[in-house]
Design a binder for this molecule. Sequence first.
Ligand SMILES: Cc1ncc(C[n+]2csc(CCO)c2C)c(N)n1
Length: 231
Amino acid sequence: MLFSEQLRKAVDPIWEASFHHPFVKELGEGTLDLRCFRYYVLQDSYYLTHFAKVQALGGAMADDLQTTASMAHHAQNTYEAELRLHETFMKELGITEEEKASFVPAPTAYAYTSHMYRAAFAGHFGDVLAAILPCYWLYYEIGERLKHCKPNHPIYAKWIEAYGSDWFKQLVEQQIARLNDIAETVSAKDLERMKQHFWISSQYEYLFWDMAYKLEHWPIEEEDVYAKERA
Ligand SMILES: Cc1ncc(C[n+]2csc(CCO)c2C)c(N)n1
């Protein structure tokens, strides 16, 4: 069994939980509360900024120049495809500069991005790839599942379109193939560590939906901007 297949099997219950999370289901149905999506877009912009940095770190850690160049290209892609999409959403949702300036990463967004840096710190390029692969792969599977949903909210339809597209499929396949190539060359101990990064990232992907659905916040905050909305 390919290393990627072993990983996919190990996280199946976690990914199933993501597929059935109310955030994902309601996004597909178009019934998701816009406050949750708005919150998600802000937290995800923070996440993507760090994701691009981790991709660039991975590029710096790669053994060959082709992979370095490819990872740098992927980092640019995160900016061009996803962060720009979020910028459009922010405009459409009327998120103000003031709101952006007072942004605070939520506990889960902070923990998830920290996990990716920690994986990078663990050793080699394979660690980085294993930690970032669920982001590509899970979103691809969600995109495939939601592809046929026609939520009557244009923002949700645009989100689904982004992840259900063919360019995205190629991106995911390329990273899976890369991970399998690396798996052939590293030790059993390395593979175990990579498996753990993948598993933890999968758990955080689930937590990320949950964070947005519940408008998660730190237990003690000077000014809780979401307190009024939760009340
Ligand atoms: C929490 C969270 N996880 C995964 C993605 C999806 N994603 C993030 S970077 C990347 C690769 C380059 O586009 C992909 C697919 C997201 N947006 N937010």
